[in-house]
Design a protein around this ligand. Sequence first.
Ligand code: PHE
Length: 513
Amino acid sequence: MAQRRSSPSKSKAKAAGTAKASPKAERVAHGEAIPHEGEVASRGQWGSRIGFILAAMGSAIGFGSIARFPMNVANNGGAVFVILYGAIMLLVGVPMMIAEFSLGRSAQSNTVGVFKRLTGNPKTGWRGVGVLYFLIAAFFLSWYAVVSGWMLRAGFASITGSYFDDPGTFFGDVLEGGDALVWHFAVLLLTGIVVVRGISAGIEKLNLFLMPTLFLIIVGLAVYAFFLDNAFQGYAFYLNPDFSAISLAVVTAAVGQAFFSLSLAEGAMMTYASYLPKEASLATNALSISISTLVFATISGFMIFPMLAAFDLLGGGQAGLALILGPLPQAFAGMGMPIGNIVGSFFFFGTFFAAFTSAVSLTEPAIAFIAEEYGIARRKAAIFVVLAIYTAGIIPAFSQEVLNVEGGAITDMLVMVGGLLLAIFVGWVLPKRQAMDQMDSGKGLRLGWYVYPIVRFVMPAVLSVLLFFIFAGTPCVLTGLDAAGNEVANQGLLEQWFGLGLTGCDPPPAAGA
Ligand code: PHE
């Protein structure tokens, strides 16, 4: 409706939402009534197509690709998981990304403005969902920045080799408390320095420089790792195909991994896409971004596992971050001076770069909202947002227990809720013509015919089931057995928080039994 090209002046008025309803002063005060073209000039835009792609890749590639993905692969059937994840990413990740991009790009607005514009109703209840998106992103960053700070800390410690004697004790000491807080602050300070500069001069420049650098680092380290003793044992551990490992729980893990690693449903991708020109093809962009993310993630495994194999540190059950700060520093220590210092600093600074570009994308939804909806200068909005996120991160910086809950179940839940609302809005609230037009306008590949039914029918079903599992726990019949033959109890929030056991699992065997 709003995006039909046939009658530009009429559609502009409708798209602006408030055009008919409110006087000019109010429209200006809300920063929403300026016609699209004028507004595009006053809000930032990407300077180049590659700038946008690299920034969105920067958002996508983070801990999810460097730590979570390789470990998910090793624990869930090796190459079989890579194929499964690749398929899920293409079948549902790319469509969700196109859907999310389509909202930001067609409305050219922050997450709240998106819903006002696209419904044509400035008072729509969907504004609440727009608020939810930037709050989820800001919340996400409050713990993500703490973890990013650990990487920065570990990078400097690698230069001096200060953990080489006893990595376990060293990292045990720095992960929470004053130390963690200082590095958390450092991360947000750096983030602030980038985001106050705006889209093209700040975020785009950063990614133009950091993403190729990150690529060189991980490829360089993977090549180095190839020459280590037992490298092939590492590859075998990583990619050994095990079809019997596939279960519904593994499929669930792959969907979760796809959402997390593609930065979906947090408003970050929506906001980045709002700085895209109308001619850009969303499908081409979404495919390039997703495939590059998969490539980065896969190479990351080629870097990590041979290093672990060389020092006899391969083992099952290491989850993402436990891997990065557990056995890997031991491997760097094992390499000794000066190789260990060099490899360790490249690894940790590289991981920090990956996380930093994700962190930057997580501030943008709130900044755009404040700047546009309240007409506040971007610089001020950016400083406010960064300070607020810093403050929210003080608690997880002091308590790993809180951080684990925030970064685990709560984040998973919010992402699923965000995804469900996105699917409902695009699939059920927008008229079909409008949704399709928004996804398909621009030159290049058009996938609306495929994306629309997926977003309308498949995603609401899949995400509702996953949300149910998050609350009620994954039923034991679906989760299978661990290495020792015990049922794996994947507890839901209701059980963790209120002791309501709904999974039907056997209680874990008594200690020593
Ligand atoms: N994709 C990032 C990662 O893999 C996390 C992220 C999610 C960043 C959502 C931004 C928005 O680490």
